[in-house]
Design a protein around this ligand. Structure first.
Ligand code: MF3
Ligand code: CO
Length: 249
């Protein structure tokens, strides 16, 4: 992957700025009784209001602004009319396009209170920051992967191996692939100005996933919880996170 120049970076920053605002709003609209379709509608409207466009419309056959996954669903969930319930683990994955530049991010939340589920989410967030901290010039992709794996497996959870982070920019998915597992000091060497979507895709139990009969949604094979955290980051001495001004707190 080539480094972005300052003009390209400014467009990616704007794309990420829109994404951050929309993701915050979408997460706030996840409530008991609300549905994925409603949340997706809110996100779609806000993206257009802020001058962005739907990145996922560049994915053949996909008709929504977001992917929304609940409990044992891991990624690529199609928004549905199923009502959210107390105790649900809900993830929103959202990508935005601005003047042809894509950014991609995801966040997971819990509806209600549950100590074990809160711990599960906290570990995913920590793994995300550990991975992002490795996105510095001279490091390699494997340094990011290894940091993620170390955190997630260190507490006994599993990294999903068949789904990975990726480069992002002119397209939603670009090289390099960024697995959440791997060896330090291996893979592509990172240089300042590369743009990466670092993703933590993990499960409480086995990391085997199966594709649902809807043809999109990946779920854990054993029914255990899935979690998803993702940010678009520019490689730099201090990595620049484009999609998280307040991190949706
Ligand atoms: N953000 C998702 C990813 O990077 C892309 C979802 S593609 C869709 O894996 F078609 F499922 F929306
Ligand atoms: Co992604």
């Amino acid at each position: 992957m080539k480094s972005k120049n300052q003009y390209e970076l400014s467009l990616m920053r704007k794309s990420g700025d829109i994404l951050s605002k929309v993701l915050k709003l979408a997460l706030e609209s996840i409530k008991i009784g609300a549905t994925g379709i409603e949340v997706d509608g809110i996100a779609t409207e806000e993206i257009y209001k802020l001058g962005g466009d739907l990145s996922y419309k560049t994915v053949p056959g996909y008709k929504f602004a977001t992917c929304i996954t609940v409990n044992d669903e891991v990624v690529h969930g199609i928004p549905t009319s199923r009502k959210f319930e107390n105790g649900n683990l809900v993830s929103i994955d959202l990508a935005v396009m601005y003047k042809g530049w894509h950014t991609d991010a995801a966040w997971s939340i819990l509806i209600g209170k549950d100590t074990e589920k809160e711990k599960f989410l906290k570990v995913g967030q920590e793994a995300l920051w550990d991975g992002i901290a490795q996105a510095t010039p001279g490091n390699r992709v494997g340094d990011i992967s290894n940091a993620i794996q170390t955190k997630v497996e260190g507490v006994g959870y599993q990294v999903v191996r068949s789904l990975v982070g990726h480069g992002v920019g002119r397209s939603l998915h670009e090289e390099p692939e960024i697995p959440g597992f791997g060896q330090k000091n291996t893979g592509m060497i990172l240089t300042t100005g590369m743009s990466l979507a670092i993703e933590i895709i993990y499960a409480k139990g086995s990391s085997d996933v199966i594709l649902d009969k809807d043809g999109w949604t990946f779920k854990t094979a054993d029914g255990s919880w899935g979690g998803l955290f993702e940010m678009t980051v520019i490689v730099d001495k201090k990595p620049e996170v484009l999609t998280c001004p307040q991190c949706f707190a």
